[in-house]
Design a protein around this ligand. Structure first.
Ligand code: HEM
Length: 119
């Protein structure tokens, strides 16, 4: 079970990498627009993250930090709302408001920071 948990963590990290990588490619050299790859990465990170939020496959004595997980869930919902609203604006107007675009990158980095630093 512990190995399976590590596999799910690996999938979670791939989702994060796809979301952040797709965003960074647009931010630094692309058209600063939302792409399908960002939504795909976010969905993969979200599904794997929710699976990791349940207490299974943990080593003896290790407990989950639910304040941290809850905070990450709120941040993820904000990213999802921004991607959803921004993508529909983009279809209508041809571009995403810059604040929405930058917030997606900042909030994704924030969630990775929370994951790595908050113990
Ligand atoms: C875009 C959103 C997210 C990003 C960028 C992200 C990023 C990360 C990263 C980089 C790690 C590895 C850190 C480590 O192992 O120390 C991690 C682990 C983890 N994430 Fe996420 N995550 C996101 C969303 C979520 C969500 C929505 C949940 C659950 C509701 C979640 C739950 C977890 C859990 C339980 C771990 C295992 C390690 C730990 O307890 O911190 N993540 N995440």
């Amino acid at each position: 079970m512990e190995t399976l948990r590590h596999v799910v963590l690996f999938v979670h990290l791939i989702g994060f990498a796809v979301l952040f990588g797709a965003w960074a490619a647009q931010a630094f050299g692309g058209r600063r627009e939302f792409t399908r790859l960002m939504s795909i990465g976010m969905t993969v990170a979200a599904v794997a993250g929710l699976a990791l939020a349940a207490p299974w496959g943990l080593p003896e004595g290790v407990e989950l930090n639910y304040a941290k997980i809850g905070t990450k869930l709120v941040v993820l919902l904000a990213i999802g709302a921004l991607l959803g609203i921004g993508t529909s604006k983009q279809r209508k107007d041809g571009s995403v408001p810059p604040a929405m675009f930058w917030l997606v990158g900042i909030l994704t980095a924030l969630n990775a920071g929370i994951a790595a630093i908050w113990r």
